[in-house]
Structures are given as structure tokens and as C-alpha cells.
Design a protein around this ligand. Structure first.
Ligand code: PAF
Length: 301
């Protein structure tokens, strides 16, 4: 039983980690670099609508820099990476919930700038080009998408100046292109890929899943099932991987397939039939009106 002194002591609320929310570059810098102390720091770049997949990125960032280090989460729906017919306006925006999730998972600062703050001179005339790697697969369906991604990632790397930048492996082509940009253009940052977070039934977590009806969500499971079937066939080589994954998709209903591809993760070129080693089996499809992507690592023998 608690003694009198203890009973009368005002109860302290449990310590809650709070993230500072900043809207301008100046405020971000003041919050992220409060003093000259050199500590490890990391950034997780997002377009908001945060879910468990982002939470895993933020936790990985916190783990990397330790309790002394700093973790920033950027929340910015980048117009540059949306095509004219894409879902820029429809893209979910939920900053209050995003801040809560970010701080619960260890973020110190959330940077949620306006479009004018990021592009004060209007749409940038000079942009980064993802080159041939950005023209295949996602890039073929979404021309200019990766140029828009690289341009904003480069800007956010300059603004946040992190030691580490964390990106999800779910966007495998994006991750490969960002890694390539950092290597090819000598960015002083370590890019870390974090494995895809999945629902219990295998569906890859995505901000876009919220658009799926119950039936569409069921149909969407064919994507991860196809990838797992392909991965299970890897011992028989690339051809068997493609055939096993295609068989699942061919039998599926409600899937409008964009591509299924086995690629070399270094440059996202199609893996030849005699390819051996680590590859990525990637799929993109529209289910209802929602475009989904997913991928798995495959070791081909
Ligand atoms: O993966 C995303 O959410 C975006 O493409 C990114 C990296 C935050 C750039 O806008």
C-alpha cells in the first residue's frame, strides 16, 4: 500500500515523446539543429497518410541514431511526381494523425512544408533526371515520375542534411534510383532500405489501400500471392519465377495487370533467363480504380 506522502504526491503523467511540427525551412533548421552538438541524425521522407509501413521506417531511423540522435519525418505531397491524370488532389492528407504516429514511433521533428515553401520560385525549371532507370516499369507508366521524386528528395536532403535517409523497399525502383543518385552525384548520406510491412494476409501496407472496397482488397491479395509463388520457385531459375507468379495472376479476378517483372536490383533492367543471384520480383496492377505496387526479393539459382 502507498504511504501517505506518496498518496498525496501529485501523479505525474507518463512521459510522452512530443515531436515539434515545423512548416518552414528556417523553423525546421532551428528545431532539428537546436545546438552545435554533433549527433547522428536521420530523415524519413513521406507524403503523409502514415501507416505501419512508415512507422517501421521511423523506428528503424530511431534505432539507427539512438536516443541521443535526431529523427526528422518530412510530410510533403510533391506535385512534381504526379502526372496530369494522377491522384494528386485525391491523395490522402491527415497531418494531425501523421504527427501522432511520427512522435509515437520516435520522431523529434516533423517537417510539413507548403508547396510554396518547397518550390518558392514555382515549379522548378531545373530538375534531376532519373535517366534510363527512371523510364522502365513505374517510369514507363508514369513518365517523369522519378524525375519529380529525385528533385524533391535532393531538395529535402539538402534541407535536412541527414547522416541517414530511410526509404521503404516497397517502392523498390524508387529506392534503387535514389541509391543511384546518392552514389552517382556524391550525396553525403547513407540510404537505408527498410523491408515492406505487410498485413497478416500478405497485402503490402500502402496509403492507397484505404481506397479499396472489401471485395477489391480481397482481389488485391493476388499480387502478394503471385510474388510469394514466384519467390518459392526461385531455385528453378528466373523463367520458373515468372511462370509461377504469372499463373497466380492469370487465375485472379479483378486485377488489371500493368507489369510483372523480375529485375536486377542495381539498375532495374529485366533479369535474363540465366540470371543468378539477388533479384527483385515486382508487380504493378490496378484493382478497382486503385493502382498498387509490390515486390519481393528473390535469390535466383
Ligand atoms: O515514397 C514517397 O512517399 C515519395 O516518393 C517521397 C520519397 C517521399 C518523395 O516525395
Amino acid at each position: 500500500m502507498a504511504g501517505k506522502a506518496q498518496r498525496n504526491k501529485p501523479q505525474r503523467a507518463p512521459k510522452v515523446h512530443r515531436a515539434v511540427v515545423t512548416r518552414t525551412v528556417d523553423d525546421f533548421e532551428a528545431a532539428f539543429w537546436p545546438d552545435e552538438r554533433p549527433v547522428d541524425n536521420a530523415v524519413v521522407m513521406t507524403m503523409g497518410a502514415l501507416h505501419e509501413g512508415h512507422a517501421a521506417l521511423i523506428r528503424a531511423a530511431r534505432k539507427q541514431v539512438g536516443q541521443e540522435g535526431r529523427v526528422a519525418v518530412t510530410v510533403f505531397v510533391n506535385p512534381l511526381q504526379f502526372g496530369p491524370a494522377e491522384d494528386l488532389e485525391r491523395y490522402p492528407r491527415s497531418l494531425d494523425e501523421d504527427v501522432k504516429l511520427a512522435e509515437e514511433n520516435g520522431a523529434d521533428v516533423v517537417f510539413a512544408p507548403s508547396v510554396d515553401e518547397v518550390y518558392p520560385n514555382g515549379r522548378p525549371q531545373v530538375r534531376l533526371s532519373a535517366g534510363p532507370m527512371g523510364e522502365r516499369f513505374e517510369g514507363a507508366t508514369r513518365p517523369g515520375h522519378f524525375d519529380g521524386v529525385l528533385t524533391v528528395v535532393a531538395k529535402l536532403l539538402h534541407i535536412t542534411d541527414p547522416d541517414f535517409a530511410f526509404f521503404g523497399e516497397k517502392d523498390a525502383q524508387q529506392l534503387a534510383i535514389i541509391q543511384r543518385m546518392v552514389a552517382d552525384l556524391d550525396f553525403d548520406v547513407e540510404v537505408v532500405g527498410v523491408p515492406t510491412a505487410r498485413e497478416e494476409d500478405g497485402l503490402a501496407r500502402s496509403s492507397r489501400n484505404r481506397y479499396l472496397s472489401a471485395d477489391e482488397r480481397e482481389q488485391a491479395l493476388a499480387l502478394s500471392k503471385a510474388l510469394f509463388a514466384g519467390r518459392d520457385a526461385a531455385a528453378q531459375g528466373p523463367k520458373a519465377v515468372r511462370e509461377a507468379a504469372s499463373a497466380v495472376l492469370d487465375a485472379a479476378e479483378g486485377i488489371n495487370l500493368d507489369y510483372l517483372a523480375l529485375v536486377d536490383p542495381h539498375d532495374f533492367s529485366e533479369a535474363a533467363d540465366d540470371f543468378q543471384g539477388a533479384a527483385v520480383l515486382a508487380v504493378a496492377a490496378t484493382v478497382g480504380s486503385t493502382r498498387l505496387i509490390d515486390n519481393v526479393h528473390v535469390i535466383c539459382r
